[in-house]
Design a protein around this ligand. Structure first.
Ligand code: FA5
Length: 346
């Protein structure tokens, strides 16, 4: 290699290594780099008369790198510390910084607040509460609820499921079997099972002002000796009048669910704001499904239906909150719109 070639190569390596230091690469790493080592290993290969001069130049480069690193470290120390949690670059001048919301403006989501109010009513009526799951399986969604395989009622639930068979629950009734099994010792002690289950549910649904794909339900399960449909009606009436703080027009009509027999649907009178027209159909808002727990559901939880009976219900939580607060569209709840949420500051 000629003298000129060596100098050109040294210049290229020098430039590359200085750039690496400037971009923040640790100097120890740059000093151990193969490029620098290659320069040193070239020295013994040169003609004797060139070695001394070339060796000096390589040493000078090494000193230069060390000095550049020293300068960089001093510069880093002089920078103001960075607050990694700040929502803007600390170097932004004060008048250009984004306006921050005061932490005092934040409140609980209206649904959270209303769920707590509803649970309080049920606690006073002797219920305990357990939350439902966000992922479930075929047994809890269908089989334990007396939906035989290939039963057409499975299609009513517009259920999201993965190819592996995991299910995003379409109703809180998926918890019935677990609640019954977990609370069976109460029955053996002569007490009733009284449990409510609030939870998030998912349906592949056509969306409109009263239908969401993701919404909340509140399930209730009561089992004991001699429990009958009169207890079901009394429990729901007590809850509704406590929650709405007034007597509401409600109607119960026969319905079909595989997991209750007989089954009913409870509707309450829609406020004007939630009516599309004056038709009879628009007068009522379907609020919940309910009924006497089917003997097969009790058997799936190893509870003897000849000894114990019970009732269950499951209703849409948003619809209750909409009725109480005159909210005209269910989609506001998941919209994260501050204009909507700020109306519920308390
Ligand atoms: C059920 O989900 C049954 N699991 C209820 C039940 C429980 C019956 C226990 C018997 C015993 P249904 O699909 O009708 O039933 O839904 C119950 C309630 O959820 C409805 O009355 C309504 O208030 C609410 N709901 C249903 N679909 C939607 C939706 N897309 N958006 C908002 N609320 C809904």
């Amino acid at each position: 290699m000629s003298e000129n070639n060596n100098h050109a190569n040294l210049d290229i390596v020098r430039k590359g290594l200085l750039e690496r230091i400037a971009s923040g690469e640790p100097v120890e790493k740059v000093l151990r780099s193969t490029e620098l080592k290659a320069l040193y290993s070239e020295i013994p290969t040169l003609p004797t008369e060139l070695r001394a001069e070339y060796g000096k130049q390589v040493n000078r480069l090494k000193q230069e790198l060390e000095q550049a690193a020293g300068e960089q470290a001093a510069e880093a120390e002089s920078l103001p510390p960075i607050d990694v949690t700040a929502p803007f670059d600390v170097n932004t001048p004060p008048d250009k910084r984004p306006e921050l919301l005061s932490a005092r403006v934040g409140t609980r989501h209206p649904l959270t607040r209303e769920i707590d109010l509803m649970l309080d009513i049920f606690y006073r009526m002797g219920f305990s509460a357990v939350e439902s799951r966000l992922l479930d399986d075929d047994y809890h969604m269908f089989e334990s609820l007396n939906f035989p395989n290939d039963h057409p009622a499975r299609d009513d639930y517009d259920t999201f499921m993965t190819e592996e068979g995991l299910i995003a629950p379409a109703h809180t009734s998926t918890m019935q079997n677990r609640v019954l099994r977990a609370n069976k010792p109460l029955l053996e002690r002569g007490e009733d099972i009284r449990v409510v289950v609030p939870g998030r549910v998912f349906r592949n649904e056509d969306l409109d002002a009263t239908h969401e794909h993701t919404f909340y339900q509140l399930e209730g399960v009561v089992v004991g000796r001699g429990i009958h449909a009169g207890n079901l009606v009394a429990t729901l009436r007590t809850f509704l009048s406590e929650y709405f703080e007034q007597e509401l027009q409600a109607k119960i009509q026969p319905f079909y669910f595989p997991f209750t027999e007989p089954s009913f649907e409870l509707a309450i009178e829609r406020p004007e704001i939630l009516r599309k027209d004056d038709s009879e159909e628009q007068k009522w808002l379907e609020l919940l499904g309910c009924g006497m727990i089917h003997p097969n559901v009790l058997k799936h939880a190893e509870i003897d239906p000849a000894v114990y009976t019970g009732f269950a219900w499951g209703g849409g939580l948003e619809r209750l909150v909409m009725m109480k607060n005159n909210i005209e569209d269910i989609r506001h709840f998941e919209s994260a719109k501050l204009d909507f949420l700020r109306q519920f500051q308390s």
